[in-house]
Design a binder for this molecule. Sequence first.
Ligand SMILES: C/C(=C\CNc1ncnc2c1ncn2[C@@H]1O[C@H](COP(=O)(O)O)[C@@H](O)[C@H]1O)CO
Length: 237
Amino acid sequence: MRGKYLPATTTDQRLLDKDQDTDWVHTDPWRVMRIQAEFVEGFGTLAELGPAISVFGSARLKHGSDLYAMGEEVARLLVDAGYAVITGGGPGAMEAANKGAHEAGGTSVGLGIELPFESGLNDYVDLGVNFRYFFVRKTMFVKYAQGYVVLPGGFGTLDELFEALTLAQTQKVTSFPVVLIGRSFWEPMIEWLGTTVLEHGMIAASDVARLQVVDTAAEAVQAIVKENAVIAASRPE
Ligand SMILES: C/C(=C\CNc1ncnc2c1ncn2[C@@H]1O[C@H](COP(=O)(O)O)[C@@H](O)[C@H]1O)CO
């Protein structure tokens, strides 16, 4: 550019200018950049994690409860079986699983989420990433795990469980073990899926069959190890 085509200021000057309006910070194009940055950070942090299992369950589980102990045990056994443990990095079942993995000397991953009432990553997370967007974080739970173990929980847990089931049903992910711990908690839901939802023709019997329900941490880990061995054996060389 020459003469009248030369801008009055350089790109660097405009970049460093302190008197700009800041409305753009609150616009969708800028959010897209932040979303992209979250994917970049998540992928960059987790790319070399190795085999991992995502563990879900209620954020409200109390330290010292039987289910909290179950969360610790399942994570410990997953570490013994060679898996890293991924959680939402928060309290309750997430903290229990991170504690079990951390104390067993395994890789304890926490994918935190910005919430109005969130207190940050729990003390047992060794490798942590904080997300603003639930959907970015949920991509990480699936992408970097070889299966899900799900303890009893509420809406958040159900959301994470049903996302995996939908991805498997629509073949967005193939061969993805999902193990639920706690028969008395989960069986009414399985029963409803296998009768009402199935009889209305809204799911297939094979969708329900995908869910494995167990009562102990050892059974859950055995189910994960067994299904992943079958998946590995069926993979082309
Ligand atoms: C409600 C409480 C804490 C909220 N803190 C959370 N931190 C991180 N992740 C969370 C939190 N709450 C829900 N999640 C996600 O959903 C799942 C648990 O949800 P549920 O409704 O409690 O079953 C969990 O796996 C997280 O990924 C209590 O202080």
